[in-house]
Ligand binder design. Structure first.
Ligand code: TXA
Ligand code: MG
Length: 340
């Protein structure tokens, strides 16, 4: 198992940060907490260190990574030109869960961007992540610290279960407050478009950039397939997950699975339902931010409990629920496969 250092999330011990810096500078991999999910960090400008990330995750090398920076000054070394739009967004939302995609500068290695001409950059607000990037003095590439297409980790234990020996050092700063990955905004298209919904909703971004759209609503299927980060199945638990339109249908489906008596079934509801019955019943928070915070931890738990089918109640259609709705859709199986 890798070295694990427990750190105070608000006041990380400088010795722990120094240890992590030395691992990074020698080309190693450090898993660290951010406000969204745990990241698997390596030096962003060192192709050999980046190669280790792709190996550890089993991720195809054409999938671009996010460079994590201390703020606008460092971001400007990676994104060129640094536009007025980038400046407005970063000034308002950084440090925080917003990833900005712009044209890459000449110092950005192809290995970071998967060969694309654009680069993704964000300044995380988590004190441990911020301290680490500041101390290392260079951008840190960090995808979520999970195997390719598995659920992202929101605790150090999730990282150890998923990646174990692939990591050199884990900084354990407790669980992540947001619980889902950052909002990814592509600023290289005609209008800025959200490639991945996240903690900052379209409505929130529109307060600063009124024309922000959701990529899913404007792109053709071909464009979606060509765009990294928009492949449909992603973030899946081991269990087969099905989204039911409401709690009553969810409870009814669970009953049918129970009657068949073949698989262990879980219900994930955010409404109380008097007849809810399953091997495991999880009541999720009824507010979007709290549901998001608990989502991956719940899916990790249900996998650990050897649940085979998860029936989740669909979440509201409002903008603040976009990230949760997106992750449930990506994690889900075709409903027709449930009872076949
Ligand atoms: O919250 C987060 O963003 C976490 C924490 C660790 O910061 N990181 C994360 O990284 O989720 P990753 O690698 O799992 O997801 C990066 C996303 C992918 O959907 C990727 O396709 C997209 O960002 N992306 C990165 N560079 C891109 C580019 N140049 N063009 C389009 N999409 C890009
Ligand atoms: Mg990921």
């Amino acid at each position: 198992m890798p070295e694990v250092i427990v750190v105070d999330r608000n006041k990380p011990d400088p010795r722990a940060i120094a240890r992590a810096v030395s691992v990074l500078l020698s080309g190693g991999l450090v898993a660290f907490p951010t406000e969204t999910v745990y990241g698997l960090g390596a030096l962003a400008l060192e192709p050999r260190a980046l190669a280790r990330i792709f190996d550890a995750k089993g991720r195809p090398s054409h999938h671009p990574l996010i460079a994590h920076v201390t703020g606008i000054a460092q971001a400007r070394t990676l994104i060129d030109p640094w536009t007025a739009l980038a400046d407005r967004l970063a000034t308002t939302f950084w440090p925080g869960p917003l990833t900005l995609i712009g044209h890459r500068s000449s110092i950005v290695p192809s290995a970071l961007t998967g060969g694309h001409s654009s680069v993704a950059v964000r300044a995380p607000s988590h004190p441990v992540a911020a301290a680490l990037i500041l101390a290392v003095g260079a951008p840190v590439a960090a995808p979520s610290a999970n195997r390719y297409q598995a659920i992202s980790p929101t605790s150090a234990a999730h990282v150890l279960t998923g990646l174990g020996n692939e990591v050199d050092l884990v900084l354990d700063g407790g669980s992540c407050a947001e619980g889902v990955e950052s909002t990814v905004l592509d600023m290289t298209s005609d209008v800025p478009r959200i490639l991945r919904p996240g903690p900052l909703s379209q409505r929130t971004l529109q307060k600063v950039a009124a024309d922000v759209v959701l990529a899913q609503e404007v792109a053709t299927d071909d464009e979606l397939r060509a765009s990294p980060g928009l492949d449909l199945r992603h973030y899946a638990p081991r269990a087969k997950l099905v989204v039911a339109p409401n709690a009553t249908v969810a409870v009814e489906l669970a009953k049918q699975v129970l009657m068949r008596d073949e698989e262990r079934v879980a219900l994930m509801l955010w409404d109380h339902h008097p007849d809810a019955m399953a091997h495991v019943v999880r009541t999720m928070p009824s507010r979007a931010a709290e549901y998001a915070r608990d989502l991956y931890a719940t899916l990790h738990d249900l996998d650990a409990l050897s649940v085979e089918i998860i029936i989740a109640q669909a979440v509201p259609k409002e903008s603040e629920w976009d990230a949760v709705r997106d992750r449930l859709a990506r994690a889900s199986a075709d409903p027709s496969r449930l009872l076949s």
